[in-house]
Design a protein around this ligand. Structure first.
Ligand code: KPL
Length: 311
């Protein structure tokens, strides 16, 4: 089974490491268009223990269609990068008859590359939602700082009936980095993760601290309000009773505890001077709220505060 991992962030490296350590054929697809394929030394640090692995790195320019045929692509890029990456993939796929087994997308937020995805109903698309917490000490050194959990399922819209059984590649992926569960109704899980990120990412980023800071009771009211606003918007988009504000809140606190030592991805982005995913998180809620006449003042305030920090 051939796994191709697209992404340069901590989570892409984390999954590449775990698949490789489980004897899977894994290659990282790199940004550089014209350099040669090579094997590179990557370090994964878990509980202060370092594990070194040599993982194949293939530049996009060298990615011929034969490598894509029957492969599982795990695309772990930022929400704002997804459109360009999927366009690049569409261009490579258009050069031949290659059919990937699976194109698995994993990023924070909702709404990324929706228009492009709709133009490719033939793609075998899946969404992976994870609360694993990881950060990069350097481009090839990743720290696994928070033991989260993951779910994966077929991409679908609110109108679809989700009933698909897990494909053959699911078990090897689940064994590589557990816990990973199969979830036919992945859309509702994406919304739950959206609420988690709408709360943790901007609040921890504005505090300039690891997720632990949100265990302080001074954040309770804001976390409650964020979850209530997300649930109100979700009620219109997903239907009544699919997201319950109090359950979202409980999940936020579970993830805060599990990832207390992690620096959230938004704060990592801000520290590195990169764009954040705020448009696909609180920005997405504000946009839908405006479209459906649902007030979202707390998400709006956090959205504006993070936008003001972005270079
Ligand atoms: O998804 C995350 C992120 O940082 O983006 C969490 C789960 C909140 C971990 O920090």
């Amino acid at each position: 089974m051939n796994w191709l991992i697209v992404g340069h962030g901590a989570l892409a490296s984390l999954w590449a490491h775990h698949l490789h350590a489980n004897d899977k054929s894994v290659s990282l697809i790199t940004r550089n268009a014209n350099t040669a394929s090579s094997e590179e030394d990557f370090v994964l640090e878990t509980n202060s223990e370092q594990q070194h692995q040599r993982i194949a790195a293939i530049p996009w320019g060298q990615l011929d269609t034969s490598r894509l045929d029957g492969a599982q692509l795990l695309i772990m890029v930022k929400a704002w990068q997804l459109d360009a990456v999927l366009q690049q993939l569409a261009d490579v796929l258009a050069q031949g008859n290659a059919k990937p087994n699976a194109i698995i997308l994993s990023h924070n937020g909702l709404g990324a590359a929706d228009a492009l995805v709709q133009r490719h109903p033939e793609w075998p698309l899946y969404d992976l939602v994870t609360t694993q917490g990881a950060w990069r000490k350097s481009p090839r050194h990743t720290v696994h700082a928070g033991q989260g959990e993951s779910v994966i399922g077929p991409r679908q819209t609110a109108a679809d009936n989700a009933c698909a059984a897990p494909p053959a590649w699911f078990t090897p992926l689940a064994n590589a980095l557990p816990p990973l569960n199969w979830e036919p109704d992945i859309l509702v899980q994406r919304w739950q993760k959206l609420a988690i990120n709408c709360a943790i990412n901007p609040l921890a980023s504005l505090a300039g601290s690891s997720n632990q800071v949100l265990q302080d009771s001074q954040y309770n009211a804001e976390i409650q309000a964020i979850c209530a606003e997300v649930a109100a918007v979700a009620e219109v988009v997903l239907g009544q009773g699919r997201l319950i504000a109090s359950e979202l809140e409980a999940r936020v606190y579970t993830v805060i505890t599990a990832t207390a030592n992690n620096t959230c991805s938004m704060l990592q982005d801000l520290k590195q001077g990169n764009p954040t995913e705020i448009d696909y998180l609180n920005g997405y809620i504000v946009q839908l709220g405006a479209a459906y006449g649902i007030p979202t003042p707390v998400n709006q305030r956090l959205y504006s505060a993070i936008k003001a920090l972005q270079v």
